[in-house]
Design a binder for this molecule. Structure first.
Ligand code: AMP
Length: 277
């Protein structure tokens, strides 16, 4: 049985009756297999999984796609039912921000200034603010987030640690289409031609990850992106697994953000660097 609720009062009474551990999967709706993988991972461990569906105005810039972001609650609820989710919490704006935008918000710190933070000012502060509010409202013991949004996951882990939130944060590997494209609610904005161009992102990351020397990783990935005229790269970055300076050898992360037509897409992969012999 999946309950669908919309207010914080309903949420409070539902969680008061929760048996055992509370797990939460936070989403902006338009659910796809990536979201469902988060739900499945949560369900493997916890009987009581809450999925939140809320398009958070605070994390969209003035020129971004808040108004046109896809909204499909009925289909989303069906997906949650199929995954054995106990509760769908789909609040309105006033339930999350009674009295309007909060005057006290999260500061994403130095890590929040890089990469996505540089391109989307205020995005991470808005994201962390709603994540913190939803963690409080759901009283979650464990929360699941996708590696697809790798910097977001890193910042949420950091917030949980730095502010002693007492919640366990679990990362879930990226779910992809058979041809490699990372699933995203924004993929539905892509025309068939753009969909073909968008493949260059995952191809570039996959090619880069076959190399072990930082310069070659970046050059080979950059070449694939440069060869696809439909893609305008925002950044291609090689970092350590916690988004710092890449090591000479050992685990690293390769991240990309690009515009394909009017749609901004991001993706990332893990890779292993090695010192030249
Ligand atoms: P969103 O609805 O886009 O805000 O995403 C909600 C959650 O689903 C976030 O933790 C995302 O990282 C995660 N997610 C989105 N796409 C994928 C994917 N392709 N694979 C795994 N997790 C994903």
């Amino acid at each position: 049985m999946t309950d669908v609720i919309h207010t914080r009062a309903q949420l409070a009474s539902s969680i008061a009756a929760a048996p055992g551990e509370i797990a939460v999967v936070m989403t902006m709706g338009a659910l796809h297999e990536g979201h469902r993988q988060l739900m499945r991972t949560a369900r493997q461990r916890s009987a009581f999984v809450i999925v939140t569906v809320f398009v958070n105005p605070l994390q969209f810039g003035p020129t971004e796609d808040f108004e046109k972001y896809p909204r499909s609650l009925e289909a989303d609820v069906e997906a949650c039912r199929a995954e054995g989710v106990a509760l769908v919490f789909a609040p309105g704006r006033d339930d999350i921000y009674p009295g309007g935008a909060p005057s006290i918000t999260m500061n994403a710190g130095p890590l929040g200034e890089l990469l996505e933070g540089a391109s989307r000012p205020g995005h991470f502060a808005g994201m962390l603010t709603v994540v913190q509010k939803l963690l409080m409202l759901t009283r979650a013991d464990v929360a699941y987030f996708g590696e697809k949004d790798f910097q977001q996951l890193a910042l949420i882990r950091r917030m949980a640690r730095d502010l002693e939130l007492g919640v366990e944060i679990v990362g879930v590997p990226t779910v992809r289409e058979p041809d490699g494209l990372a699933l995203s609610s924004r993929n539905r904005y892509l025309s068939p031609d753009e969909r073909r161009s968008a493949l260059a992102l995952s191809q570039a990351l996959r090619e880069g990850a076959t190399h072990t020397d930082a310069d070659t990783v970046l050059a080979s990935a950059r070449k694939i992106l440069a060869d696809e005229p439909g893609v305008r790269v925002d950044y291609l970055a090689l970092t350590s697994p916690d988004l710092g300076t890449p090591p000479d050898s050992g685990p690293a992360r390769l991240l990309v953000a690009a515009r394909v037509g009017g749609t901004r897409l991001i993706d990332n992969v893990t890779l292993t660097l090695a010192k030249a012999a």
